[in-house]
Design a protein around this ligand. Structure first.
Ligand code: DGL
Length: 269
């Protein structure tokens, strides 16, 4: 595998662009192939069987682009499909859950960690599992926040409605006095301000997207796969539906303008 081959990044839709953004910032030499499954989003309310099937199809598609590694940017797919896919794959793959769990354990002082995510991520108990593997003395409070994704996609990042929903969902985090809160869904870092306003300055917000880009860099460096050439990185975007919506969301998240996005018939992979 050549070190200047791109890295494949996939998500259930647009949210994974928050992970792509961190990779662009922290690994500016790497080319990316992004796939957003915009036709079949959301994954957050789907079963393991379905998310695994979708993820396998996307991985098969990304392999046709000669990616040297894959980042599962979606928390739900990382929770439900990563372990199986990692066993089937001959290139490195990382998800966003482990890096986020690691940082939560490193930052908590009280031993009370909160995790917020989609229904499927929270139900899987995977953050809990990883966090307690690293430190069995930590108490994990999980809370599904299904309305956060549509609020973000509607652009209501700074809005009374969002503040209201944040306070309803996160009341439990205050009750349990968590001092480290994992934003365990691709969209949540985009309402970081609203979350911070409610939980308070003293609570550390963990962004798995940021931690994943850090881990990806370490992993590529260890395997001698970091792209050290000075060439300009290439970014390619693929979706399963809704190009215009994807581009306008991408423009609000990424540091660069997306000029072209291609529709892929993902069911055929
Ligand atoms: N990308 C998903 C995640 O991080 C959120 C959107 C969805 O439910 O598909 O879990």
């Amino acid at each position: 595998m050549k070190m200047n081959n791109p890295i494949g990044v996939f998500d259930s839709g647009v949210g994974g662009l928050t992970v792509a953004r961190e990779i662009m910032r922290q690994l500016p030499g790497e080319s990316l192939v992004y796939f957003g499954d915009t036709a079949r989003v959301p994954y957050g309310s789907k079963s393991k069987q379905t998310v695994l099937k979708y993820s396998r199809q996307i991985v098969r598609f990304l392999k046709t682009k000669n990616v040297k590694a894959i980042v599962v940017a979606c928390n739900t797919a990382s929770a439900l499909a990563l372990d199986e896919i990692a066993q089937e794959l001959d290139i490195p793959i990382i998800g966003v859950v482990k890096p986020g769990a690691k940082m939560a354990v490193q930052t908590t002082k009280t031993g009370n960690v909160g995790v917020i995510g989609t229904e499927s991520t929270i139900k899987s108990g995977i953050y809990n599992e990883y966090i307690r593997e690293l430190n069995p003395d930590v108490t994990v409070v999980g809370k599904a926040c299904p309305l956060f994704v549509p609020l973000v996609e509607e652009g209501l990042l700074e809005d009374r409605v969002t503040d209201d929903i944040v306070s309803r969902y996160l009341e439990v985090m205050r009750e349990y006095k968590v001092d480290s809160l994992v934003m365990g869904c691709t969209h949540y870092p985009l309402i970081r301000n609203a979350i911070k306003r409610y939980v308070g300055e003293e609570v550390n917000l963990v962004n798995p997207a940021f931690e994943t880009a850090k881990c990806l860099k370490e992993m590529l460096a260890e395997q001698g796969m970091l792209n050290v050439s000075k060439g300009k990185p290439q970014y390619e975007y693929y979706v399963s539906d809704g190009v215009d919506k994807f581009i306008s969301f991408a423009d609000s998240v990424l540091p660069c303008h997306v000029t072209e996005t291609t529709i892929v018939d993902i069911e055929s992979y």
